[in-house]
Each structure stands twice: as structure tokens, then as C-alpha cells.
Design a protein around this ligand. Structure first.
Ligand code: NAD
Ligand code: GLY
Length: 376
């Protein structure tokens, strides 16, 4: 039994199907969605492939796929780069030079596979259909939905990319059972993000025990929370698909300082860990500006702590200058200013581009100070 959430984008609409132990149904589901291809190019990585590629391959074969090519990319964020992207495009061209035999691209993995592989599918022959099969919690609740596909380039996160919607997101939450505890916790950062700035009831449910059950991979809780997050993301994307109206910025809560830290620390932190530190820093900014009370900050910090996520990245004052540089290279840096998404209450937010630099510097310094919680 699959839970279905629709992303309604007119001709680019697609369903997100969520279940547990359903990977073997992928092939039949592609057919049920009217996808007629008989060739598949599966992008995955050396960690995920041995675990899940055989089931996926069997499922596609049973549905009449004749040629299934497996292409692996590195299993870490360092591999989300132009060279790996280029090698992926080269492999697509090598295996499928004939336009009449164009494949469906299947992205089996976490956000790195989804972002890089989705970008390759978006540009190969000006776009071939692709399907997201997320295998991390983070990818299930966030990166597989919404059509942002990209690679890091020139020291900037996600600066080369496109908007290209998948034909289907097929989420087998059973795959989360093999995820490391650290990667599971990392995924909860984006879930806490949705609660903090998009949905008060989600925030409160996480506080009231759902986070604990999620971390224990309690099946009904995982399906419920993933479906709720996907619905929240779909609602944002439906209103601002191309990130032009300011509405989609809400999804960037914690990402301004978080991305700067993620890059400057050379990916010593996972994406979710960096976003956790970034959310705390953004909330401190909101408190300093009088936009949000300290009670909210305490509640957010308590949730992040319960999730085993870091509130700061202490002992790294040397990262201050690289982080400043990264802020200026941020995708959303415009006219000399960074965009900050600031929480105002559970489920509510404001965006600001006029923050005083000394205040921004102060919270950044607190995030990386030699002693936790103190300025440099
Ligand atoms: P990831 O893709 O690097 O996966 C984390 C690790 O988990 C990898 O080592 C991977 O091999 C391993 N893994 C994946 N599935 C597994 C499984 N089922 N069992 C065991 N191991 C497994 O990281 P992520 O957290 O999924 O994604 C982070 C990326 O997503 C970042 O690049 C971030 O920028 C991007 N992102 C994109 C969007 C978007 O809208 N496009 C949104 C949020 C994040
Ligand atoms: N994760 C940011 C976005 O989808 O807009």
C-alpha cells in the first residue's frame, strides 16, 4: 500500500509514492504511470548499489526493460562536481547514442545522486525523463521533490544546475534501515526545518514524541512524517516552482550560514549537520532583531539536540574567513547582501536582506568559536 502525494505543476505534475519494502514494485509502477521506455540508465553509488540495485534491476526486467545500464558516482558530497557530472553525461552518450533508444534515467540514492543525476538527465538531449528513488531520509523529505538539480562548482554549492521535475518520485522507506545513524540524524535536520518555519503542528508533534519514533524508524511514523514533509514541500514548490517569487526561500532556513559552513569545513559535516548549525545561527539573528523569542530558540535547540544534531561547530575559528568568502559566493548573494530566512514563531518566518554585518559576524563566530557558545 503506497501513500501518494501529488506535486501539481500542470504538465509537469507528478506523484510522490511512499511505501516500505516496495522497491520491487518500481518497474510495474513506471508502467502504471505510462512511462513506455525499455531502456534505463540507473545512476547510483558504490554504497547503495550492492544493497538495492539487484532488486531494482529485477523489478525493471520483470516490467519489460531490455537494457539496464548501471552508472556509479562517488558516494560523498565531494563527488557532486562538474567532473563527475561530465563523466555521467559521457556515459549516457556512450551507452545511448541513438535518439530512438533514449533511456529513462533512474536516480537510486541520496541527495548527491539525485542532484547530480537529475542535472545530467535535465541536459542530456535537452532533457530525458527521470525518476527519483531516494534512499536517504533527507532525499525522501526534501531533495527528491521539487526539481532543483545541480552540482557544486568553483567552490559554490549547487551553482550549476537547472529546474527539471522528475516524472515520479518512488520512495521505499525500507531502504532507510541500512542508513548509518549519522545519516539518519542528518535527514531529521530538514524535517525539523519544515516544522520550524512551515508547520507549527509538525514542530509540536516532533516535540511530543514523533522525532524519537522517527529516529527509531517506527514504520507508521516514518511514512506519516515523510508524507507530511513532502506535502509541505509540494505546496511551496507549486506556488513558486522556479524560486522567483520569494516563497520558495522558506526552504532555505538555515542554509545561508549552513552552506557556508558545509563548504568551508570541506564537508566534514553532513548537509543536515551544517543546516542544523545554520538554523541555530539564523534563529539567533531573529532573536537579536526581536523577530522571535528566546523560547522558540530553546525549543528548536532542544529538538536538534534530541536528534543528535550539532548546534555549533566549535573549535574552528579558522573557518571564519572562508565562511565569509563562501557567503559572498552564495547563490542568493545579491547586490552585496545575503538573504536570511528568519523564524518568527513555530511554522512562521520572514526573509531579510538588510542584516547588519556585525550581527551576522557575531553569530557566525559563535557557531565556530574555540569554546562552544562564546564569541572569538
Ligand atoms: P548523500 O546523497 O551524500 O547520502 C549520504 C550517504 O548515505 C552517502 O554516503 C550514501 O552513499 C549513503 N546512503 C544513501 N542511501 C543509503 C542507504 N539506504 N543505506 C546506506 N547508505 C546509504 O546525502 P543526502 O543527505 O541524501 O543529500 C545531501 C545532498 O542533497 C546535498 O548535496 C544537498 O545540497 C542536497 N539537497 C538538495 C536539495 C534539492 O532540493 N535538490 C534539497 C536538500 C538537499
Ligand atoms: N531545498 C531547497 C529547495 O528545494 O528550494
Amino acid at each position: 500500500m503506497l501513500t501518494r502525494v501529488d506535486v501539481a505543476l500542470g504538465p509537469r505534475s507528478y506523484p510522490v509514492l511512499i511505501g516500505s519494502g516496495c522497491l520491487q514494485e518500481l518497474g510495474a509502477t513506471l508502467r502504471a504511470q505510462g512511462l513506455p521506455q525499455t531502456n534505463a540508465f540507473v545512476i547510483t553509488n558504490p554504497v547503495v548499489a550492492p544493497l538495492y540495485f539487484p532488486i531494482l534491476e529485477e523489478s525493471l526486467s520483470a516490467a519489460g526493460f531490455q537494457r539496464i545500464v548501471r552508472h556509479e558516482i562517488p558516494a560523498t558530497e565531494e563527488g557532486k562536481n562538474w567532473e563527475v557530472f561530465s563523466a555521467t553525461c559521457a556515459s549516457l552518450l556512450e551507452h545511448f547514442p541513438d535518439a530512438g533508444a533514449s533511456p529513462i534515467v533512474i536516480l537510486l540514492g541520496g541527495g548527491v545522486v539525485g542532484d547530480l543525476g537529475g542535472f545530467a538527465a535535465a541536459v542530456y538531449r535537452r532533457g530525458v525523463p527521470f525518476v527519483q528513488v531516494p534512499t536517504t531520509l533527507l532525499a525522501a523529505v526534501d531533495s527528491s521533490v521539487g526539481g532543483k538539480v545541480a552540482v557544486n562548482f568553483g567552490g559554490v554549492k549547487n551553482i550549476m544546475g537547472a529546474f527539471s521535475q522528475p516524472r515520479l518520485v518512488f520512495c521505499d522507506l525500507g531502504t532507510l534501515s541500512t542508513l548509518s545513524a549519522r545519516e539518519l540524524r542528518s535527514g531529521t535536520a530538514e524535517i525539523i526545518k519544515y516544522g520550524a518555519v512551515c508547520c507549527q503542528s509538525l514542530f509540536e508533534d516532533l516535540e511530543a514524541g514523533a522525532l524519537k519514533k522517527l529516529l527509531a524508524l517506527d514504520p507508521p511514523t516514518v511514512v506519516d512524517i515523510v508524507a507530511r514533509c513532502v506535502k509541505l514541500k509540494a505546496a511551496v514548490v507549486e506556488r513558486d516552482e522556479l524560486d522567483k517569487l520569494g516563497i520558495r526561500n522558506v526552504l532555505n532556513f538555515g542554509h545561508t550560514i549552513g552552506h557556508a559552513l558545509e563548504l568551508s569545513a570541506d564537508y566534514a559535516l553532513t548537509h543536515g549537520e551544517a543546516i542544523s548549525v545554520g538554523m541555530v545561527a539564523a534563529t539567533k539573528l531573529a532573536v537579536h532583531l526581536g523577530l522571535c523569542d528566546t523560547a522558540f530558540q530553546s525549543r528548536l535547540e532542544a529538538l536538534l539536540r534530541e536528534a543528535g544534531l550539532p548546534l555549533t561547530h566549535p573549535g574552528h575559528p579558522e573557518l571564519f574567513e572562508p565562511m565569509l568568502k563562501a557567503l559572498q559566493l552564495d547563490k542568493k548573494f545579491r547586490n552585496g547582501r545575503n538573504l536570511f530566512v528568519l523564524p518568527t514563531a513555530p511554522g512562521a518566518w520572514q526573509q531579510r536582506e538588510d542584516l547588519p554585518w556585525p550581527l551576522v559576524h557575531q553569530v557566525m563566530q559563535e557557531a565556530i568559536a574555540a569554546q562552544p557558545g562564546t564569541p572569538l
